[in-house]
Design a protein around this ligand. Structure first.
Ligand SMILES: [Fe+2]
Ligand SMILES: [Fe+2]
Length: 193
């Protein structure tokens, strides 16, 4: 089967994002140790990454380019696509809410910790499931049903955007600095901390 660069980009971005989400969840389970300031800095950087990249670049490409094509070719998938679409629409709000809850914990203290930890746990679970549905249902349907013209459009559109965390990508130095901050302090799979 021919490999489509747009689908590979989506899968790579999902892998980066899953690693980030799992590291974040692990960090929050461990909680801040003696270096409280560092803990909040890193979790904040992780939420910023999620807000900045997947929410603003990854989802719109799926919503605007991939989903309409798949919905047209495979109408039976409409309910699944509608669900994913609703989740995209709510995603930005959800991550903003987490940013607020984190700030509440940091500024108001331990009484606000559980609310943040629980909301983050739900968010990570929701997001991993969202990506799994895309990979198990939408991407295979695209592979089966899109034609050469569809692929030419999709691949061309995806060439112009890159995951700043992609190992082989042309990297933006500003993203590199952010990512380095996260990696140095975060647990695996993202980090070495
Ligand atoms: Fe998505
Ligand atoms: Fe996705």
């Amino acid at each position: 089967m021919k490999k489509h660069s747009s689908l590979q980009t989506i899968r790579d971005e999902h892998a980066s994002l899953a690693a980030m989400l799992q590291s974040m969840r692990m960090m929050i389970e461990r909680g801040p140790s003696d270096d409280r300031r560092n803990f909040f800095d890193v979790v904040r950087a992780m939420l910023f990454y999620i807000d900045e990249f997947p929410e603003r670049l990854h989802h719109p490409k799926e919503s605007n380019l991939l989903f309409p094509k798949v919905a047209r070719r495979v109408p039976a998938l409409m309910p699944v696509i509608e669900r994913l679409e609703r989740e995209h629409m709510g995603g930005e709000h959800a991550v903003r809410e987490l940013q607020h809850l984190l700030l509440a914990w940091e500024l108001l203290g331990e009484a606000r910790r559980v609310a943040f930890a629980e909301a983050t746990g739900r968010y990570v679970g929701f997001y991993l499931e969202h990506m799994q549905i895309e990979e198990q249902q939408v991407l295979p349907a695209a592979e089966r049903s899109l034609d050469a013209q569809d692929w030419a459009e999709l691949d061309a559109a995806f060439v112009t955007h890159r995951d700043p965390l992609a190992p082989d990508g042309a990297r933006d130095p500003a993203w590199d600095r952010l990512f380095t901050r996260i990696v140095l302090k975060a647990p695996a799979p993202i980090g070495v901390g």
